[in-house]
Design a binder for this molecule. Structure first.
Ligand code: ADP
Ligand code: GLC
Length: 481
């Protein structure tokens, strides 16, 4: 039995702000339980739903030397779907209404605390991982701390680390002086070949320098981040470590996202009966959202964080033009105010045809995946993207920009070769996107049989974790030896 530990800042079902939570909550289940004992450490956020907080059991607590103080670290545990989760408790750090705040310095301190506490908790829990799988900048200090203060200790000796980049844009950067003070790391670590990048301390960079292997969540993104455009200033380092960097595409939880059993949706369907059955979900959603009831209209869904990353500039630019077509647009998302207001505005302007749902709702997201004809995701960059995988699973045809994981998971429709699971365009250009949406509309309205074949292929595409989990396993085995 090999012990693997995941450390991350979010995971379903406990706390989620984006795809990271989906990955951390589903991949461990699909790793071979005969060979791996996989456990997960998360922060215990006060803002977790009571329903989940009620399931956590106190395990132990201790005091840890951190930032010139002796700080309380509680450990709670819960088992979910056969996976053991531990939670690091400190209400000072993990209180608040949201998991992440806007005060960068405080976020850096919070996750420095989390990283050190996660390591310090291991001997107390009595779980010695052969390998720690770290996710995103919040856990970037783990490989660094392991190198620095824990390595002398027998318990921690020779623990391997993997750093997975879910989003290179977020790095956890702050000035060296404060970060030195917070982390207690010596001057040695704050050099340009270690934690320092462009004069700042950079937590993700620390993880990327000290991890034994680096992964990211699609092959295309693994290549893209070695370039200036997508490299977010760390492309030099990623090129230098390119032998240790690989892309493993994400999967989704095929039990949670299953149109045959999904308890959130009005009507169940599958790859055989979707032609008749899927439409009932569309009717229900039109009713629920106050859209014009129309079986035939081309309904486009968007479920997303409303940020630049997701290509909302393009949508804003041609939204009026798009609304001249016979389409309905359903948006579910929260984020930057300019985009929230943009969609509210268009709902007001095109009442009955545009629905702006500016909030977070698991239930509504499933309804959108199950009801729409197409799913729009024209991202500027996209490490992997899970929404398009969910859309495929529900036979909702993705329209995407060819970047990162979108390029790797959506095969563009080719009318001459009878191929394709969606529609895609290359350049970050609003009219290129609009032309692609209109091409999809044309197939939907004029060649319904062709459209249904696209849906067939979309639903047949397999993005369960099976293949990707085995790639992680190969990497773990290679590292652990
Ligand atoms: P990212 O992690 O960059 O936000 P992904 O496509 O990987 O993008 O994952 C997004 C996840 O968050 C999906 O599970 C999607 O359904 C979900 N999601 C995003 N916004 C909302 C929302 N407003 N309500 C419910 N789920 C949402
Ligand atoms: C990040 C990325 C997204 C990816 C997710 C899970 O949030 O933005 O593309 O799917 O992580 O890996």
């Amino acid at each position: 039995m090999k012990n693997i530990l995941f450390v991350a800042s979010e995971s379903v079902p406990f706390i989620k702000t984006g795809g990271l939570a989906d990955v951390v909550g589903s991949l461990p289940k699909d790793l071979d339980k005969e060979y791996y004992d996989v456990r997960v450490i998360l922060p215990k956020y006060t803002c977790m739903k009571q329903e989940w907080k009620d399931k956590l059991q106190y395990k132990a607590h201790f005091y840890m030397d951190f930032h010139w103080r002796n700080v309380y670290v509680g450990i709670l545990e819960a088992e979910y779907d056969g996976v053991k989760f531990y939670f690091i408790d400190n209400e000072g750090y993990f209180g608040g209404f949201r998991p992440y705040g806007d005060d960068v310095l405080y976020e850096v301190e919070k996750f420095a605390f989390f990283s050190k506490a996660a390591l310090s908790a291991l001997p107390i829990i009595g779980f010695r991982p052969e390998l720690i799988h770290c996710h995103d900048w919040q856990t970037g200090l783990i490989p660094v701390y392991l190198h620095e203060r824990f390595q002398g200790n027998e318990f921690f000796h020779n623990i391997k680390t993997v750093m997975t980049i879910h989003n290179l844009k977020f790095q956890g950067k702050w000035n060296v002086k404060d970060v030195k003070d917070i982390t207690g790391l010596s001057d040695y670590y704050f050099a340009p070949d270690k934690l320092e990048a462009y004069k700042d301390a950079n937590l993700l960079k620390g993880g990327l320098v000290y991890a034994d292997a680096i992964t990211t969540v699609s092959s295309t993104y693994a290549e893209e981040i070695k370039t200036d455009f997508y490299g977010e200033g760390l492309n030099g380092l990623l090129n230098a470590r390119s032998n240790d960097l690989r892309g493993i595409v994400n999967g989704i939880d095929y039990d949670t996202f299953n149109p045959e059993t999904d308890t959130y949706i009005a009507n169940h369907y599958n790859a055989i009966n979707f032609r008749k059955e899927k439409i009932k979900n569309k009717r229900a959603l039109q009713e629920e959202l106050g859209l014009i009831k129309d079986d035939k209209v081309f309904m486009i869904g968007i479920v997303s964080r409303l940020t630049d990353q997701k290509g909302f500039d393009l949508i804003a630019y041609v939204m009026d033009e798009l609304c001249q077509d016979n389409v309905q647009i359903v948006v579910l998302g929260t984020g930057e105010e300019q985009y929230e207001n943009m969609f509210r505005h268009f709902e007001w302007k095109y009442g009955g045809r545009v629905s702006a749902n500016i909030h977070y709702s698991e239930e509504k997201s499933h309804k959108i995946y199950a009801s729409c004809d197409a799913f729009l995701m024209p991202s500027l960059f996209e490490p992997c993207g899970l929404s398009q995988l969910m859309a495929l699973r529900y036979g909702t045809v993705p329209i995407v920009r060819e970047t990162g994981g979108l390029k790797d998971t959506v095969e563009p429709y080719n009318e001459y070769e009878n191929k394709g699971t969606g529609f895609s365009f290359t350049n970050y250009n609003a009219h290129e996107m609009l032309a692609t949406i209109r091409y999809a509309e044309q197939i939907y309205y004029d060649k319904k049989r062709e459209w249904n074949k696209i849906v067939d292929r979309a639903m047949a595409a397999d993005f369960s974790w099976k293949v990707s989990a085995s790639k992680y396993q190969e990497m773990y085995d290679w590292l652990i030896g």
